[in-house]
Design a binder for this molecule. Structure first.
Ligand code: ADP
Ligand code: MG
Length: 724
């Protein structure tokens, strides 16, 4: 292959134009969402190794060996490395190294070639976790090592102080990414040319932020921590500001539309048809819908947020009733057939009582019936339809649709949302979400929508009793699981697992990056132990994220039918799968889950008549971990839990992608993936970014003024032409 020319490249050039990136490798980068040089520049490190902060052997020993965090030591090799085979497939390379304060035992596994890499008397910087041996000495296992060059004054200061660690995928190394990023930066931010900054100078000055180029380069290759902090702060601010501007822009655009005029109907027949009285929160929310639908010039654009079981469906029904009473058609859309069918079964009888015909339109609806439903929607004779994205097909046309409600809209694909936005341009829209979210965060993340919150449960709900236990409880826990099964109930056991293909396990030095979360292998092994040793007489099912949907469905089906009384799972059990006879949720290594994830998991039990439990197993003795689990034991209120979670973990986690899948990814799965805002740990800073956006939008709500052109372009290239 001829060498690639790197002249004439632009930020939009494909990364395959760079040396070292073949089409095959390009496809691996694409898995990480990287296609252009600009994308590569925005592939910010997920973390950094601070190797420049040196300690000594004596200090490491007296300081609890870094408390599990890696340490950096400057050591001189003292003994010739010795290679021993301890068993088949396991080779150790060992030697000692020292500084003025003590000696360290160093061990590498299965890297016999390292014997020749270390010369007695040479000095290296070693970086890794250390431990105190039973003999009271310090030991390091597989540390990263860098030799001090001839130019080094002897203190390691010639070596880089900070190494970026990137998110990778199988087949890509840290080294390749770092090199490619460096090349991309040279194109996107050429050293000999000034790249314009999308943020106005006034904003930079007011919030004490560095320039775009400085930030873009130093987020990848910072010389020290102060530089890294400045770069990170600026990029977080920019990302949040652009996001906030996108929301403001979308809101302004929606407010320019004219709503179908509606008047407030008499709600008495609706309330009379319900078998219960509404909660205060439900009444308040319905009042808010009524206001939006009948008193505002622009269409309703509202989010109804409420924990599972808070009674969102009946609120949605009230909105549907308002539209129907105004002579309009209305639609309710859910992300899965199960959910759509459930809504249909709940609502069709209610609306029949009220004199409105209702149809169910999903993928598996028979062709003949589909055709009939579509014909009746088109000629206006069918007032109400409930369905899945089947409703979004081009040939589904409404005669006069006045309201579209979507349940769990974040679970629809981006394309489906775009189709929906187009179909429902002038109609009233209501979105329902079961993710409890703190009010402060909701106002920001959903700044383009009005919010109604159901923070009150209908009366008579049973509380899921929750306990946090450690390993010493294992025997009793197993006994408890068995008892539940013997009583004819089902048990969920959830273990966290990282997806091993996500990381190449390699740092820049070619050694292992530590991620101490349990691996998928550990989860599989655990399921095996449970079924073979602990409950050999009981069927145990295993469910994980990599399974095909059909396989998952089959296992879920066997679980809900009672054929598999115990289900071990690494992933979230599908929302909408309702197993009322399941009474126990066990979460292993509970410290690895976010509070809101734990809350969602707990919501899988306590759905039937029987008393239900949630047992959180964790051996983590850390103060924060303990505090977090205590909150879970104390309250069942999702909003309270979300507020505490925000307090304990900071706002960044609300923007972070969560490997488990349930979290505040409400906005992310719509393509609004934050690249760096997950590092924001300061609520005040977050507010500042949003209020800076407000100031800009106050003068130029549609970002049409020439001085805001760069901002608008940056916003669109960052978040796309925003579709919810
Ligand atoms: P979700 O918010 O999870 O969608 P649902 O709308 O499915 O919750 O409601 C959960 C259950 O609570 C349903 O069985 C519903 O009939 C019942 N429910 C809703 N509102 C009330 C209320 N005000 N009083 C008593 N039961 C209610
Ligand atoms: Mg619901």
């Amino acid at each position: 292959m001829p060498p690639k020319k790197t002249t004439n490249l632009t930020p939009e050039s494909p990364i395959t134009a760079l040396p070292g990136i073949s089409e095959t490798r390009g496809a691996l980068f694409a898995k990480l969402g990287i296609e252009t040089l600009a994308d590569l520049c925005r592939h910010y490190p997920r973390t950094y190794e601070i190797r420049g902060k040196m300690t000594t052997v004596a200090d490491a020993l007296s300081d609890g060996c870094g408390h599990g965090e890696p340490v950096s030591l400057l050591l001189t090799v003292g003994t010739q490395p010795k290679v021993t085979t301890i068993r088949r497939g396991m080779v150790l390379t060992r030697f000692t190294a020292f500084d003025e304060t003590g000696t360290v035992q160093i061990t590498y596994f299965n890297q016999p070639y390292l014997r020749d890499a270390f010369a007695v008397g040479s000095t290296y910087r070693f970086f890794g976790r250390c431990e105190k041996t039973t003999g009271g000495r310090l030991s390091m296992t597989s540390p990263k090592h860098e030799m001090l060059g001839a130019s080094d004054p002897g203190d390691g200061s010639s070596l880089p102080s900070i190494y970026p660690i990137y998110r990778v995928t199988a087949g890509l190394t840290q080294k390749l990414i770092a090199q490619s990023v460096e090349r991309a930066l040279a194109v996107v931010y050429p050293p000999d040319r000034n790249t314009p900054d999308p943020l106005p100078t006034s904003v930079l000055t007011e919030h004490n932020l560095c320039g775009r180029r400085y930030a873009a380069v130093n987020i990848h290759m910072p010389e020290n921590e102060a530089v890294l902090d400045a770069a990170r702060k600026r990029l977080i601010f920019e990302e949040l500001l652009l996001f906030a501007l996108g929301l403001r822009l979308r809101k302004s655009m929606k407010e320019q539309r004219t709503a179908i005029p509606m008047t407030a109907p008499d709600m008495t027949p609706f309330y009379a048809a319900l078998p219960y009285a509404l909660t205060g929160a439900q009444t308040r929310s319905i009042g808010e819908f009524l206001h939006d639908m009948t008193e505002k010039p622009s269409p309703m654009n509202r989010l109804l947020s409420g924990d599972v079981g808070s009674g969102k469906t009946v609120c949605a029904a009230a909105a549907l009733y308002i539209a129907l009473q105004n002579g309009c058609q209305a639609a309710l859309m859910a992300p899965t057939e199960i959910l759509a069918t459930q809504h249909y079964e709940d609502l069709a009888p209610l609306f029949e009582t009220l004199g409105y015909d209702c149809a169910l339109l999903v993928g598996s609806t028979k062709a003949k019936e589909k055709t009939a439903i579509k014909a009746r929607l088109a000629d206006g004779t069918l007032p109400l339809v409930i369905g899945t994205h089947a409703l979004l097909e081009d040939n589904v046309v409404f005669a006069n649709c006045g309201l579209v409600i979507t349940d769990e809209q974040h679970r629809f694909g981006v394309g489906q949302r775009a189709a929906l936005a187009k179909k429902a341009e002038n109609v009233h829209t209501l979105i329902m979400s079961a993710t409890p979210i703190p009010r402060t965060m909701a106002l920001m993340l959903f700044g383009d929508l009005e919010m109604s919150i159901l923070d009150e449960m209908p009366p008579g709900r049973q509380k899921v009793s929750t306990f946090a236990v450690d390993e010493s409880y294992r025997e009793r826990l197993n006994g408890f699981i068995r008892k539940q099964v013997e009583e004819g109930h089902q048990v969920y056991i959830v273990c966290p697992a990282i997806d091993e293909t996500e990381d190449d396990g390699e740092g820049l030095g070619g050694e292992t990056v530590q991620d101490d979360r349990p691996t998928m292998k550990a989860a599989v092994a655990y399921a095996k132990t449970l079924s073979e040793n602990v409950f050999p007489d009981l069927p145990v099912g295993f469910l994980h994220g990599k399974m095909k949907p059909a396989e998952k469905d089959a296992i879920m089906h066997r679980f809900s039918s009672g054929e598999l009384p115990i289900l071990v799972s690494t992933t979230v059990i599908e929302v909408g799968v309702n197993v009322p006879t399941a009474t126990l949720m066990v979460v292993e290594n509970a410290e690895y889950f976010g509070l809101s994830q734990l809350h969602q998991l707990r919501g899988r039990v306590g759905r039937g008549r029987d008393k239900s439990w949630c047992i959180l197993v964790s051996d983590n003795k850390g103060e924060t971990a303990k505090q977090r689990l205590e909150i879970m034991c104390k309250t069942n209120n999702g909003y309270e839990i979300a507020e505490k979670d925000l307090e304990l973990r900071g706002p960044g986690d609300f923007f972070a992608a969560n490997p488990g899948g349930v979290s505040y990814d409400v906005r992310q799965s719509g393509g609004l993936r934050f690249a760096i805002a997950s590092f924001c740990d300061d609520m005040e800073f977050l507010r500042n970014a949003f209020s800076a956006a407000d100031e800009i939008a106050a003068f130029d709500p549609l970002l049409q003024k020439p001085e805001n052109t760069l901002l608008r372009e940056a916003m669109e290239s960052r978040f796309g032409v925003v579709v919810l």
